[in-house]
Design a protein around this ligand. Sequence first.
Ligand code: C5P
Length: 224
Amino acid sequence: MKKIIIAIDGYSACGKSTTAKLVANKLGYIYIDTGAMYRAVTLYFLENYVSLTDPHAVVQALANIHITFIHNPHLQKNETYLNGLNVEEEIRKMYISDKVSEVSTISEVRKCMVEQQQKMGKKRGLVMDGRDIGTCVFPDAELKIFMTADMMIRAKRRQEELLEKDDMVPLDDIIKNLQMRDHIDTTRAQSPLRMADDAYLLDNTHITIDEQIDFVINLASSRM
Ligand code: C5P
């Protein structure tokens, strides 16, 4: 059977990661959460006071950043490591969510991340989620999905995820954060979030996780 690349793009907190992870598990594919990479870069920049407006400082900092994903068998999921340290919990916090889209507009950051992501896909057999996977990272992906959902549903899902980590964030703050990120992501100069011409739209406002997985797996099967 042919190994393919499945690119899943879409708005923040639409359930891209959940869908991508489960599809990858079903197919025995590698799953890469590119949002986690931009979040890890943001954490490094904040911790090291890197000036976002100084391209030289940004390039220097990027040279010191090493991001890896290591499978945690107890939690049955990949966790993000920044220079050898597990930062999975830290990068999901609101102070990172508040800054990550600004960091993601920096062209040096995008170039560095996209290069690493393309290397990960060399052997195909990969599900990758993000904002520019079908349009920029893998324009030749065999299957492209663009996910969206109603804003209130997205915000409530994100609030529940944060609550599971004992982080109680008011719904209004989450909505403001999602709207701000959607705006920056769709209007930035370099590889803005948009649906690729050959992508399939998946609006999961009213469908279950199982239905989403079936939708993607059916499309994937016909391309293998
Ligand atoms: O997917 P997640 O919500 O964790 O992504 C965090 C942020 O990283 C997004 O809001 C976006 O600004 C940025 N991002 C991006 N390109 C990607 C993945 C994420 O610009 N491929």
